[in-house]
Design a protein around this ligand. Structure first.
Ligand SMILES: [Zn+2]
Length: 484
């Protein structure tokens, strides 16, 4: 059993094979740090970090590189609006991006590279392209000559004529072909600039990614990711730059995440019209957003709407409640979450009641990261876990052993998915779980003492607070949410 991925370069699902056995070198286009990022970009970033995490779960050594575009027209525009320097804008929104991604459970990439730290390398690459006749200078600007690169259009599967018709690019003075793209932009007054063989200026956007990815990962690295909106022209241009310069393959597998559709139903209930991840984290909670972002396939278009978020929250809380109930029930026997869960290829070491679900989780994820199947496996595990929990409350010793085994698989899988269920997360699940269990014990005691009024008062108060209790022969079960 091995991982299969949909490779955008060949537009089909292919076996995932790496340049070096057991190692994955991957790069994903990061944000232009001129504002808080759109929820759609956040989903793309979450997904590639999750894919990285899953490679590690499957035993690979991963080097993950992401860039920050910290010099760009949009940053300069924004700096005029906010009346702070372009540097200040880049710093402010880099920090916000990092905080928001962390709140959504994403780990920092191994290498985070800023465009402005690599201007020298970009100038060198542009000089190389000019020397090879693939680029030309005109009035302090340097353009890439798309007609000179044979493979131009191979990623997006379009010819120059298709692209020209589709993109409606305006001819510009000094450009040989309307699709020629900018490698170096001559400085305009008041804008950040660097010295170069073509005079002061700054690099175009595309050159930074091919230069920084190959600097850290070399040519022919394993995975290059980004949103589908970057296939053309950004990734097409990256290929032209890197392969034009090196005459060898730039990237082994291209992967692209689908776009987010803003819900047709208005985001009105309590959320207003959220489009920025920063606001969404504050109002919805980072891990609920993570659930929403990762529970549907990375390639599909997903909807961001009240009902999609309500579903995500309910499912997230189901897991959270199971975790706190198991923790409460098992006490010192509660299995610890692995700090960095790794499974070797083949599902090695899988046994016991939880293994069936772990196996299904792995086979779904191996199939082009089919997270819908993987999340379903975890939900079924929780269903079994809840049964074991109930039987454990009834004093069944075997059920307790089963609960321990199932919980052990559960904590491994949620760690692989990147959920922490931290007490601060929406609803403070650990604290809430502990308090509810405590109140239910008080109620039990009251009943034992035949203080039925006090017992009912506790139940009514819990119900008022949205805790549904159900008395069963094996004890009282509870959950959060509306009564059936
Ligand atoms: Zn890029």
């Amino acid at each position: 059993m091995s991982i299969k991925i949909f490779d955008s370069k060949v537009r089909k699902v292919v076996p995932f094979d790496t340049r070096e056995e057991g190692k994955v070198a991957m790069y994903c286009c990061g944000p232009t740090v001129y504002n808080y990022i759109h929820i759609g970009n956040a989903r793309t970033m979450l997904w590639f970090e999750f894919i990285r995490r899953y490679f590690e779960y499957r035993g690979y050594d991963v080097t993950y590189v992401m860039n920050y575009t910290d010099v760009d027209d949009k940053i300069i525009e924004r700096s005029k609006i906010e009346k702070i320097t372009p540097d200040g804008i880049a710093l402010k929104y880099t920090k916000a991006f990092e905080d928001d991604l962390a709140a959504m459970g994403a780990e920092t990439p191994d290498i985070v590279s800023k465009a402005t730290d690599h201007i020298g390398g970009m100038i060198e690459a542009i000089e190389g392209l000019v020397e090879k006749g693939l680029a030309y200078e005109s009035e302090g600007n340097v353009w890439y000559s798309v007609e000179k690169f044979d493979g131009y259009g191979k990623l997006s599967g379009r010819t120059l004529d298709d692209m020209r018709a589709g993109e409606r690019v305006e001819p510009m003075p000094g450009k040989h072909h309307p699709l020629d793209f900018s490698l170096w932009k001559a400085a305009k007054e008041g804008e950040p600039s660097w010295d170069s063989p073509w005079g002061p200026g700054r690099p175009g956007w595309h050159i930074e990614c091919s230069v920084m990815s190959t600097k850290y990962l070399g040519m022919g690295f394993d995975v290059h990711g980004g949103g589908t909106d970057l296939i053309f022209p950004h990734h097409e241009n990256e290929i032209a730059q890197a392969e034009g310069l090196e005459d060898s393959e730039f990237v082994r597998h291209w992967m692209h995440a689908g776009m987010v559709q803003m819900g047709a139903e208005k985001m009105s209930k309590s959320l207003g019209n959220i489009v920025l991840a920063h606001d969404a984290v504050a109002q919805i909670g980072g891990e609920v957003l993570r659930y929403w972002a990762l529970s549907g396939s990375y390639r599909s278009q997903v909807v961001f709407s009240d009902s999609a978020l309500d579903d995500a929250r309910a499912s997230y809380e189901r897991w959270s409640t199971f975790l706190s109930s198991a923790r409460h029930s098992l006490g010192d026997d509660m299995p610890e979450a692995p700090v960095h869960p790794r499974r070797k290829v083949g599902g090695e070491g899988l046994e016991g009641p939880g293994s069936e679900f772990t196996q299904r989780f792995i086979s779904s994820m191996d199939d082009d990261f089919n997270s819908a199947g993987a999340f379903a496996a975890v939900h079924e595990l929780v269903t079994e876990g809840n049964k074991a929990l109930e039987a454990t409350h009834g004093g069944d010793v075997e059920a307790r052993a089963r609960l321990i085994a199932l919980t052990s698989s559960f904590v491994e899988l949620i760690a692989a998915l990147g959920f922490g269920f931290a007490p601060s997360e929406g609803g403070s699940d650990v604290l809430v779980g502990g308090l509810v269990e405590f109140l239910l014990e008080m109620r039990e005691q009251a009943r034992a003492e035949k203080a039925f009024e006090r017992a009912d008062a506790i139940r009514d108060k819990l119900s008022e607070l949205g805790v549904i209790t159900e008395d069963t022969p094996s004890g009282t079960r509870w959950r959060l949410g509306a009564a059936d």
